[in-house]
Design a protein around this ligand. Structure first.
Ligand code: HGY
Ligand code: MN
Ligand code: MN
Ligand code: MN
Length: 405
């Protein structure tokens, strides 16, 4: 079976192309992402892997070892959903590399002593329903299932409705201790979202830690009115308050060493050029290796926003959507991986991952593949074919070590 990861990625390169933004837009349970899910199932089926789609929409593709029940399994995989206008590697590279690694292990004649399972986790980006790593948070029992069922996308469609349309039973959404207990370890391969490997001149790295990161929804209520008939002194303009949030977030993130603060999404309602807005919704993404620093920045930005809101006669509500503490990956597993990949550097990352969520429940590690642009969540995201191949070999080496001893 050829199906090297580069060829596998080429098979999906036409799915979810965003002609307006560039790159790919593949929200969870949308037509493009459903097409990717079908592609993954078809590729797994071709390899004789047994498919199991759970109540949370996680697709599990099992390579069962002879005579073993589904316990003590080694898991790998990633996600298929994307951000708006993202690259083709963020997520799918981990899935394609896992499929290609199974081919390599079989070509080597490896006979696993324990099961291997490839997992595709839904809504890792949180681009449609607002909460990152939703599938793994559900699996690990880290989020209230009823809250998830009621999450709505911009079109008002609930997660439960979207899941039902994807062929799932929303009643089954929730923690899955049995499947989680079946996993002895999880190793996720992911394109590097940064230039660490490019600067080091290396193709593959191991992950050290993921810095703490969270998302906050800021709702600002003003008073809509006519842009021409309303004197400046009579306005309650929520966009003015939003501008202060953006300014304050940048200012506070700049003064805390290596903090990251982003407002990438603002929704002005009603959104007319000649209309003073009635309300604004914006979302803050704040990251730093010290969880307390993240929360301090959010508190300070909230206070600055509150001051401007009061002066402008507006009101605000700041609500935490999701938060992930700093994650240090499992040291013993990393030592096992380093024994197999002694030349691989160990890099920390500012990007969140399903592996970061699962690290709280089972031994978890990550492999990064060089990204020559270092860019991600943009069409500029890249990975050279030879580095993709090096990533597959590294993943196969790690899996062989974990599956046979
Ligand atoms: O947002 C992140 O850090 C990840 O790419 N989902
Ligand atoms: Mn990702
Ligand atoms: Mn991403
Ligand atoms: Mn991920």
């Amino acid at each position: 079976m050829s199906g090297g990861a580069v060829e596998l990625l080429e098979q999906i390169a036409h799915i979810g192309v965003d002609t307006e933004r560039g790159g790919y837009t593949r929200p969870v349970f949308s037509a493009p992402e459903l097409a990717l899910r079908a592609w993954f199932i078809e590729q797994a089926d071709r390899r004789g892997l047994d498919i199991d789609v759970d109540g949370n929409g996680i697709i599990w593709a099992w390579w069962d070892a002879p005579d073993t029940r589904r316990v003590d399994a080694i898991a790998t995989g990633s996600h298929l959903d994307s951000v708006p206008g993202g690259g083709n590697f963020d997520g799918p590279l981990g899935i394609a590399s896992a499929l290609a690694a199974v081919d390599v292990l079989r070509e080597r004649g490896v006979r696993p002593a324990r099961p291997l399972v490839i997992a595709a986790f839904p809504e890792e980006e949180g681009s449609r329903f607002g909460i990152a790593c939703l599938g793994t948070r559900l699996l690990a029992g880290l989020i209230d299932p009823q809250r998830v069922r009621e999450l709505r996308d911009d079109g008002g469609v609930s997660f439960a409705e979207a899941a039902r349309d994807a062929g799932l039973d929303p009643a089954l959404i929730g923690p899955d201790p049995v499947r989680l207990a079946a996993l002895a370890a999880f190793v996720e391969l992911h394109v590097e979202q940064g230039r660490g490997l490019e600067d080091l001149g290396q193709p593959v790295a191991l992950a050290g830690a993921i810095i703490a990161h969270g998302r906050w929804h800021v709702r600002i209520e003003g008073r809509g009115d006519h842009a021409g008939a309303t004197r400046m002194a009579d306005r309650q303009d929520p966009v003015v308050v939003a501008a202060e949030t953006v300014r304050a977030l940048r200012a506070h993130a700049l003064v805390v060493d290596d903090a990251r603060g982003t407002v990438g999404r603002i929704k002005v309602t009603p959104g007319g050029t000649n209309v003073i807005a009635a309300s604004v919704d914006l979302w803050m993404d704040v990251r730093h290796r010290d969880e307390a620093a993240v929360r301090r920045i959010v508190d300070e930005v909230t206070a600055a926003t509150e001051r401007t809101a009061t002066a402008e006669g507006c009101t605000i509500v700041v609500a935490e959507q999701s938060f992930s503490p700093t994650v240090a990956f499992d040291a013993a597993l990393r030592e096992r991986m380093l024994a197999v990949l002694p030349d691989a550097p160990v890099l920390d990352t500012g990007a969140g991952h399903d592996a970061g969520v699962l690290a709280g429940a089972i031994p978890t590690g990550m492999l990064f593949v060089r990204n020559p642009t270092g860019a991600s969540h943009t069409p500029a995201e890249a990975a050279r074919p030879e580095d993709v191949a090096a990533g597959v070999t590294a993943l196969a080496d790690v899996l062989e070590s974990l599956l046979t001893r």
